[in-house]
Write a protein that binds this ligand. Structure first.
Ligand SMILES: [Fe+2]
Length: 183
């Protein structure tokens, strides 16, 4: 499997928008925390998270190709991801219904990281002082960070989480790398 350093280099070569790079780092960090929670392979889940939006800037005008192009790009570059990771990347964008734990996790994590970033920006003390309840309140405000798909976030229940438990694990993952996120 491709190592994390090379994966991050690929992301930085491909993505010019710094906030999008941070989004991919946030999804990676959350996936690592979730992999640990489920006693799964942290690097496998983390690298799928890190690379999940690799084609984002190329598919802006062609959203139906989002994620499918990432899989093609990875294959072209001979990047060694396993089928479980490639399926997770497809599932995050709805090209496959989320079935495995990794697929369900990335599907629910992707919008939640956006909600947490938006929450951190309005929290008086930033992400390090946020708690799951604060995220839950922002989640309940439908007009807040409207693009963070509440239904996709709620699908964490299919992994056996309550919303607040899920917020806690994903928040912790993002707090772990706040030196990079700067929230
Ligand atoms: Fe994403």
């Amino acid at each position: 499997m491709i190592d994390r350093e090379t994966s991050e280099e690929m992301v930085r070569d491909e993505i010019s928008e710094e906030n999008l790079v941070k989004h991919m780092l946030a999804v990676e960090a959350a996936m690592r925390e979730l992999a640990n929670y489920f006693d799964e392979d942290e690097d496998e889940w983390g690298i799928a998270g890190l690379l999940h939006d690799l084609d984002y800037e190329r598919t802006k005008d062609d959203p139906d190709r989002h994620a499918l192009l990432t899989v093609e790009m990875l294959e072209e570059k001979d990047v060694d991801l396993n089928d479980a990771q490639l399926d997770a990347i497809k599932a995050h964008a709805g090209h496959k219904s989320p079935e495995t734990k990794m697929e369900k996790a990335i599907y629910a994590v992707d919008p939640l990281t956006g909600l947490i970033v938006a929450g951190a920006l309005v929290h008086p003390d930033g992400i390090m002082e946020m708690d799951p309840e604060f995220i839950h309140n922002r989640y309940d405000e439908n007009s807040f960070a409207r693009s963070a798909n509440r239904e996709a976030i709620k699908s964490c229940e299919k992994l056996g989480f309550s919303l607040e438990e899920f917020f806690g694990v994903v928040l912790k993952g993002m707090q772990n790398i706040n030196d990079e996120l700067g929230l």
